[in-house]
Design a protein around this ligand. Structure first.
Ligand SMILES: [Zn+2]
Length: 351
């Protein structure tokens, strides 16, 4: 292991002092490489063209680009980037080849557009990620609030608690300190749930839910992290889960509140992707993937936080599956494996 006085990262700072009157950067001058039949471009060369500071933290795989008040954060092997505090999905993740950070043309254009723009945004600060030790598992709904109810009468609150209990045990067996927001069929407000996670000083918050949709065809497993995306399809779910609070919340303002730290967001996305990969690997289940939405419990928790929609109770097949103990156990196991796998990834830990 490295001496702990030596910070496990190498920063590269490029300040081009050469030219005062920079013309339009010539993107075609950025060296390109063909890897697996895809063209990649050298990020550091792009930064030279744009006169942007380039900081690559090898330990975490994170790249922070800054100039004036604009900032872009990318992470190696993550198909997400954060552009001035707003997250963006990209088709292909940045990679490292022979020590050089490479991005696709799409990513290069986004970066170029960001730093060439005149409008000034708040600088994105860089936070170091924490190691995951303490986890709060939240079984959604409960007591007087049943959540979604399937055609056979399966109640979301019971499915959530069952998966949460299995998840609690599995995570504990991996050595995490775990706290559940509820262990029985009782009502808890959304604020109480967020407070429990914040007071426990947890490193990760996992809220378990089951979905419902007007369309009985809709099925699959999906995970949300905190974001401002509110497509109509997502608005319905958010209003269902946020319950009576839905009408009192200014969703747009929500973006600037709560769990919006870049580090939390990147870790939330990373954990969500890791869990989806595990569930995918189990086979036989439609994994919809990772999405963002302003769920209350994600906004008001101050650590990486995800909300899992384990399946659709409005779909007859999935209602049957979610009523099955073995199926819920398998799901919980995959969720725990996804968390544990992410914990071992360098991105989640500096230690
Ligand atoms: Zn729910």
């Amino acid at each position: 292991m490295m001496n702990k006085n030596i910070k496990p990262f190498i920063s590269v700072l490029i300040l081009l002092l050469l030219c005062g009157c920079a013309g339009l950067p010539r993107l075609r001058d950025v060296p390109s490489f063909n890897i697996n039949n895809r063209n990649y471009y050298s990020l550091i060369s792009l930064c030279e063209e744009l006169e942007v500071d380039f900081d690559f933290d090898i330990a975490s795989g994170k790249v922070v680009l800054e100039k004036d008040d604009n900032a872009v954060t990318l992470a190696i092997n993550y198909s997400w980037m954060i552009v001035n505090e707003k997250d963006r999905k990209i088709r292909s993740a940045p990679i490292v080849s022979e020590g050089v950070v490479l991005v696709t043309y799409e990513t290069m254009r986004i970066i170029a557009d960001t730093f060439l723009k005149k409008d000034v945004r708040k600088t994105a600060k860089m936070f170091l990620p924490k190691k995951i030790k303490r986890i709060v598992v939240d079984a959604g709904h409960g007591g007087k609030d049943p959540g979604a109810i399937g055609a056979y009468g399966v109640m979301e609150k019971n499915v959530n608690l069952k998966i949460a209990n299995y998840l609690y045990n599995k995570l504990r067996s991996f050595g995490y300190e775990v706290l559940m927001t509820r262990r029985s069929d009782r009502f808890l407000s959304l604020a109480e749930r967020a407070n429990i996670a914040n007071n426990f000083n947890s490193d990760l918050f996992i809220s378990i839910h089951a979905n419902a949709n007007h369309s009985k065809q809709m099925n699959g497993f999906e995970i949300y992290y905190c974001g401002d995306s509110l497509e109509d399809s997502i608005r319905f779910i958010v209003e269902e889960e946020n319950g009576s609070l839905a009408n009192t919340i200014d969703y747009r303002q929500a973006v600037s509140l709560g769990n919006q730290r870049i580090e939390n967001k990147l870790n939330s996305i990373g954990i969500a992707e890791s869990i989806c990969n595990q569930v995918c690997a189990a086979g036989g289940l439609n994994v919809i993937g990772v999405k963002s939405a302003p769920f209350y419990v994600l906004r008001y928790t101050t650590m990486p936080a995800i909300l899992i929609e384990a399946g659709f109770l409005s779909n007859l097949e999935e209602e049957k599956l979610l009523a099955d103990d073995n199926y819920c156990y398998l799901l919980a196991e995959k969720i725990a494996l996804g968390v544990n796998y992410f914990k071992d990834r360098k991105f989640a830990s500096n230690e």
